[in-house]
Write a protein that binds this ligand. Sequence first.
Ligand code: ZN
Length: 287
Amino acid sequence: MKMIGTEKMRVEDCEWFKDFVRMADDGYRMGWHERNGGNLSYRIKDREAKEVSDSFNASVWKPVGAQVPELAGEYFLITGTGKYFRNICIRPSDTLGIIEINPEGDSYRTVWGYVNGAEPTSELPTHLLNHQVKKRVSGGTYRVVYHAHPENIIALTFILPLSDEVFTRELWGMMTECPIVFPAGIGVVPWMVPGGSEIGLKTCELMEKYDAAVWAHHGMFATGVDFDLTFGLMHTIEKSAAILLKQMSTGRERLSAIDQDQFKELAERFRVTLDDRFIDQGLTERI
Ligand SMILES: [Zn+2]
């Protein structure tokens, strides 16, 4: 006889899992995930992990490659190394896995997924270091870390000075919603070798104050409370970068721009605090 409430819940049937897959597919359709480019991770809520724990089958512990003691005992859904975003929606248990962090915060083990023997993304240290920072500074509300290769923001890293101030100031100035969507600004990481803890540590330094960081000549990391906010942040920044490039491509002078007083009006109306260092010099000043 079937007992109500005792059926095993499949990971694939959970709303948070479906939302993850949908976001990955949306990113692929945006053109941000050529080949095996990009990676995505979600810090699973305790209640959500308990609901599917009967499906877990733990493998051996392996080193994370970074110290993440504040994530001890946490579970993450995370894309696999070498996996293509375009395949996530059709082969989720092959392309994705759930990992558990050990009590010391220096090792992980796969408990679900990667059915054909994959491992988590090579950017695992950066993802976990970012999760650790965002969990702390947000009081535990941030759960999503997303890395993509949007072409317009990458193109800008070849023509703008690689500074938080210039990128934030220019992107805020392109679209009125930008200072409201990322009021703290965005950070810029100079070119570094990806896939290790060094670039992860540099990125998580920026994540102490920002929700997004550009990797010069490579891509971007965005973080957020949920999938909508994180995808929306990546999308907004990339769209603003596209407008900036279009505007620059015309070769024409800017005849108007959002001025300092208008930024102040925006901040008051939407109750956000905008850092003066991103607006002090005015957007009409040439770089
Ligand atoms: Zn990348």
